[in-house]
Design a protein around this ligand. Structure first.
Ligand code: SAH
Ligand code: SF4
Ligand code: F3S
Length: 466
């Protein structure tokens, strides 16, 4: 019997004690993977403080909205959700029950006290750098105050945020995120991230290894390293020397049980030789790379302050493909940045044709308050942005379906992650992130199985064990 089972048994047979029911927290996550990771770490911090997590808002005593500020639509979603929750809070108050509302994440950091001005039902606003102070802030709120914490804390939050319990890691599945780097010093002129996440901070090697080992011991098979600029990560190694992401990946690949490694999001300027060598030498490093370029026009790239040309990006991809020929590329694109002409847009289309993406994300430029892009004249009109986005997405969709179709008939490795939606099915993940649907007899959760792809669904693969 494993130690946790013994523990559970003992609790089951012990005399029940009468205690106040635990407070319940419901966390709703918007935005990128780092917010997903942060939501889990906040939940861990609250659970260590006596809360239990609930998957529904209805029985929650505390609601946290972990928000995203990247585009206007993302930020505005929060206010409509706050409207609904305010009504709930009022109903609760009539019934004599409390509902505490907290806003965390990038909108919290960017707007601070303004959130409480626009949505007075909010009790707590806390930015990404001070999550370790959440339990303390909640005590102040329960004392009847409003709390706004948006400092860039000087203490290392990662040192103070509790690690999840082994049982919780298991219930979260066989894949996990691990933040290694946070913040950004690149200041692309369209982007709010340097303002919401602050300047670049890299976690030290020992901290990352300890977290990865815990995950592996709890049965996690695949870890995705996270950072706004993950390949700019440079951490202090146990010997005091500075490591780059390539070296870290080589070390992580030695951890028993960790079969798959990924990292996201990278910047083209930070792909160094050691990282490319990791793609060449490490079977565990999945042959899939998200490498945003935003535009194929040098004029736009300059205006965006990306600090590389379209040709630099294409040469880089060639080097990566020489190292790892089966690598599939993914990217991000912005259409309609101020001053973008039809010729600039056509350069983006041409770059996409040259690269051939397995997957991609494309967005209409959204002017963000406080960023240099928002101040530029020559903002592109909405209908023009719409039309360009449609053309770009058409091309990207064709490439994506082409990639998925090219897998039919091939035998690939799938990491089995969860039961399927239909009885008797099980769902795995391909090296390039597509869901792989198999008969449940093909293997158990956590297994890596050889799967022969028979046909494709919308973006998923139907397979038989090979
Ligand atoms: N750190 C990552 C991405 C951060 S945001 C990187 O450097 O690539 C994710 C994507 O959102 C960006 O790659 C960009 O394509 C898009 N994005 C960021 N700001 C935007 C804005 N103001 N309008 C539209 N899209 C934006
Ligand atoms: Fe934003 Fe540019 Fe930093 Fe990415 S590199 S987070 S797009 S400023
Ligand atoms: Fe959004 Fe903040 Fe991530 S703005 S994309 S949640 S870093």
């Amino acid at each position: 019997m494993k130690p946790d089972e013994i523990l559970q048994d003992r609790t089951a047979t012990s005399v029940p004690t009468v205690a106040a029911p635990a407070r319940k927290v419901y966390v709703k996550t918007y935005g990128c993977q780092m917010n997903v990771y942060d939501s889990q770490r906040m939940t861990d911090a609250l659970e260590a403080d006596g809360y239990v997590a609930t998957p529904t808002i209805d029985d929650a005593d505390l609601v946290l909205l972990n928000t995203c500020h990247i585009r206007e639509k993302a930020a505005e979603k929060v206010y409509s959700e706050l409207g609904r929750i305010r009504d709930m809070k009022e109903e609760r108050a009539e019934a004599g029950r409390e509902l505490v509302i907290g806003v965390t994440g990038c909108v919290a950091q960017a707007e601070g006290r303004e959130i409480i001005r626009r949505a007075p039902a909010v009790d707590l606003v806390i930015g990404p750098q001070t999550y370790h102070r959440l339990p303390e802030a909640l005590k102040k709120v329960r004392g009847g105050g409003k709390v706004v914490e948006t400092d860039y804390a000087l203490d290392d939050k990662f040192e103070h945020l509790p690690q999840p319990k082994r049982t919780e890691i298991i219930s979260r599945g066989v894949t996990a995120f691990l933040t290694v780097q946070e913040g950004c010093d690149k200041f692309c002129t369209f982007c709010v991230v340097p303002y919401t996440r602050g300047s670049e901070v890299s976690r030290p090697v020992a901290q990352i290894l300890a977290e990865a080992e815990r995950l592996a011991e709890a049965g996690v098979r695949e870890v995705t390293l996270l950072g706004q600029n993950v390949n700019a990560w440079h951490g202090v190694g146990p010997d005091g020397s500075e490591w780059g992401l390539g070296r870290l990946l080589f070390r992580l690949a030695e951890i028993p049980g960790l079969a798959r490694l990924r990292y996201t999001t990278s910047h083209p300027r930070d792909m160094d030789d050691e990282l490319i060598a990791a793609h060449r030498d490490l079977a565990a490093l999945m042959p899939y790379l998200h490498l945003p370029v935003q535009s194929g026009s040098d004029r736009m790239l300059k205006a965006m302050n990306r600090k590389h040309s379209a040709a630099d990006y294409l040469r880089l991809i060639e080097r990566i493909r020489n190292a790892r020929p089966d690598i599939a590329m993914s990217g991000d694109f912005i259409v309609g940045f101020p001053g973008e002409t039809e010729a600039d847009f056509e350069a983006t289309m041409q770059l996409v044709r040259n690269v051939g993406y397995a997957q991609a994300f494309s967005f209409k430029y959204s002017p963000r308050p406080g960023t240099p892009g928002a101040e530029l004249k020559d903002q592109v009109e909405e209908p023009v942005k719409d039309e360009r986005l449609q053309r770009l997405q058409g091309l990207l969709m064709d490439q994506q379906s082409g990639f998925v179709a090219s897998l039919v008939g091939r035998t690939i490795e799938a990491l089995i992650e969860k039961p399927g939606r239909q009885a008797g099915q099980i769902v795995g993940r391909s090296p390039w992130l597509q869901p792989v649907i198999l008969d449940e007899k093909a293997g158990r959760i956590g297994d890596i199985v050889n799967a022969r792809i028979m046909r494709t669904g919308h973006a998923s693969l139907f397979a038989e064990p090979a």
